[in-house]
Design a protein around this ligand. Structure first.
Ligand code: COA
Ligand code: NAP
Length: 285
């Protein structure tokens, strides 16, 4: 299904906030990172969106350019393959000569109990999320940010914070990214680079939600979240916008929990899920 831009986007920041800047967004052709790209572009930024499926990227780039009036270039890339990352970053620099903002949003996930997860399943998610984030950050650093500074935003999650059920693979990968964020923030601060994580909670209308049990979300569960609702893609786009803006100059090496407080109140009750059969239903999603 084609990605759609936000109807009646409400500007909070100055629409020229990111004028003259360029963002490189992995996973920017779909879901949360499509909307992150849209919101950055609505604030004057040009963008390069990268992932494996070129047709999807082309369609999304066309929509983003049409709606925002900015330039968006689709480039095919697999975050697991350093050669492909190098080619994509070179292509971006050939077109725009700069990359001020890197958003590492590419990820893979599914529900699976650790006991039945194959070695390759665990490795695959670690490679896309954790290795992928390192690969892209390193190439963008080497080829541009080392000499010009910038902001790197890693999209993580809250899975590892309390040990979310059926998420040992993705939680481990996101935890690794959070640690990496602190290491890179320390080492690359001297180059004028800030490195941050934005950790969404459950976000409606996304692939992640549909893969991770979104269909089982009840009104009662939503009402148990402190802000009384799950998040939207727009919420995450606005959070990333704040993080990359000069308003966030003190933020580096840390994680913003963008989840309305749901990690505090979510039941995450493995034993109850086993007892009621909920675990069986989730494992089949
Ligand atoms: N449950 C358990 N294991 C699964 C699985 C599932 N639902 N889906 C895939 N796997 C396993 C495969 O069986 C395989 O392991 P095996 O070789 O031991 O059988 C391993 O994971 C790799 O699968 P494969 O399909 O070869 O990987 P891929 O690189 O083509 O795709 C995925 C990566 C599996 C993460 C795929 O779902 C994907 O591309 N996801 C991107 C979109 C996404 O996940 N969005 C949500 C982000 S929150
Ligand atoms: P999504 O639309 O499926 O986004 C994942 C993106 O990653 C896709 O665009 C996919 O594109 C790309 N990708 C996957 N493997 C890749 C690879 N090897 N190389 C390059 N790109 C690859 O899912 P989403 O739900 O919006 O999730 C976006 C981000 O938010 C992820 O980091 C996710 O972990 C995080 N998150 C989501 C939620 C949620 O509720 N949805 C909650 C917490 C965190 P291709 O298939 O074209 O490669």
């Amino acid at each position: 299904m084609a990605e759609k831009c936000i109807d009646n986007y409400k500007y909070i920041f100055n629409p020229k906030l990111l004028s003259g800047k360029v963002a490189f967004v992995t996973g920017g052709g779909t879901g949360i990172c499509f909307t992150v790209t849209e919101i950055l572009m609505r604030h004057g930024c040009d963008a390069v969106i990268v992932s494996r499926k070129l047709d999807k990227l082309k369609e999304s780039a066309e929509t983003l350019s049409r709606v925002t009036g900015r330039k968006c270039i689709p480039v095919q890339m697999d975050v697991r393959k350093p050669e492909s990352v190098i080619n994509a970053v070179e292509e971006a620099l050939k077109n725009f000569r700069r990359i001020d903002i890197l958003v590492n949003g590419a990820a893979g996930n599914f529900l699976c109990p650790a006991s039945s997860m194959s070695f390759n399943a665990f490795r695959t998610v670690m490679e896309i999320d954790a290795h992928g984030t390192f690969n892209v950050s390193k190439v963008v650093y080497d080829k541009y940010m080392k000499d010009h500074g910038g902001v790197i935003v890693n999209i993580t999650a809250l899975l590892h914070v309390r040990g979310r059920i059926l998420q040992a693979h993705a939680g481990s990968a996101k935890a690794a990214i959070e640690a990496m964020t602190r290491h890179l923030a320390v080492e690359w601060g001297l180059n004028g680079i800030r490195v941050m994580c934005v950790a969404p909670g459950p976000i409606g209308d996304t692939e992640g939600m549909s893969r991770l049990g979104g269909a089982l979300l009840t009104e009662e569960m939503e009402k148990s979240i402190p802000i009384q609702r799950i998040g939207t893609r727009e919420d995450i786009g606005n959070t990333v916008l704040y993080v990359v803006s000069d308003a966030a100059q003190l933020l580096t090496g840390t994680t913003i929990y963008a989840d309305g407080g749901s990690w505090l109140t979510d039941s995450n009750n493995y034993y109850e899920a086993v007892k009621t059969g909920g675990l069986r239903k989730l494992s089949k999603m």
